[in-house]
Write a protein that binds this ligand. Structure first.
Ligand code: SF4
Ligand code: SF4
Length: 232
């Protein structure tokens, strides 16, 4: 991978982010409740090793854990790993550990089910992302697909290889694009702009209802740096 594709380590601040989350991370009691989601059926038979006794009504809610089926892929295991990195029990400068951790951490799509389920309100996705940042800091390479997405974002301001000039093609009333003095600005992500335009249009129609109340909306023509995607 070309050197310029690596994030600037001085800006990643992975260990610093993880240190800031330490108090919250240490509230994890490894109960594993974060692997479930409520089925809507309170009497449904329970899951897990306590079949029929615990977790009645629940379904498997962690796609990574469900698919790979090993502790490290569920959130509870990731929280142990984060703790081990902070304690120095896992040396992320060791290439073998680095590559194994990388493989595990990037199987998580950061869907957030675990953070919703956690009774202790752990910011599990933030911790997972901080752990990933620690790996970059320690010198891990980007996955080829991530490197490709970064190149597209840098070149075209979106990861879908679409022409930036067509970003606002879906907007019905072009006069609202970057409208000055608007009261509300709609910052439209790349996915809504190019792949899920129905969602963008639905939001536009809601905003248009505000016009009757004298609130003028604007649709921004650019999402500056795709920060959410790149942070992950
Ligand atoms: S993150 Fe929350 S739900 Fe998951 S194991 Fe830790 S304390 Fe339990
Ligand atoms: S955010 Fe990751 S660990 Fe948490 S439920 Fe989703 S896939 Fe599982």
């Amino acid at each position: 991978m070309a050197t310029e594709d690596k994030p600037d380590k001085s800006k990643v601040g992975g260990m610093e982010k993880l240190q800031k989350l330490k108090d919250e991370l240490y509230r994890c009691i490894h109960c594993r409740a974060c692997r479930f989601s409520f089925s809507g059926e309170p009497d449904r038979k329970g899951l897990g090793e306590h079949k029929g006794v615990l977790y009645e009504g629940m379904l498997d809610g962690c796609p990574a854990g469900h698919h790979f089926g090993w502790e490290g892929f569920w959130n509870a295991g990731r929280m142990w790993m984060a703790r081990a990195v902070l304690e120095g029990d896992l040396d992320i400068n060791d290439e073998k550990i680095q590559s194994q951790l990388y493989d595990i951490l990037y199987r998580c799509p950061t869907c957030g089910n675990c953070s919703i389920q956690c009774e202790n309100n752990l910011p599990t996705v933030d911790i997972n992302e901080a752990l990933r940042a620690c790996l970059y800091e320690a010198g891990a390479e980007m996955l080829p697909k991530h490197s490709g997405m970064k190149k597209l974002i840098d070149a075209k301001n979106n990861p879908y290889n679409e022409d930036h000039a067509h970003r606002t093609d879906w907007v019905s009333d072009k006069s609202v694009i970057d409208k000055p003095n608007a009261k509300i600005a709609y910052y439209v992500g790349c996915t809504a702009s190019y792949r899920m335009q129905g969602m963008a249009k639905a939001t536009e129609s809601l905003l248009n209802k505000l016009v009757k109340k004298g609130i003028i909306p604007a649709v921004l023509s650019s999402a500056p740096d795709n920060g959410t995607l790149q942070r992950k």
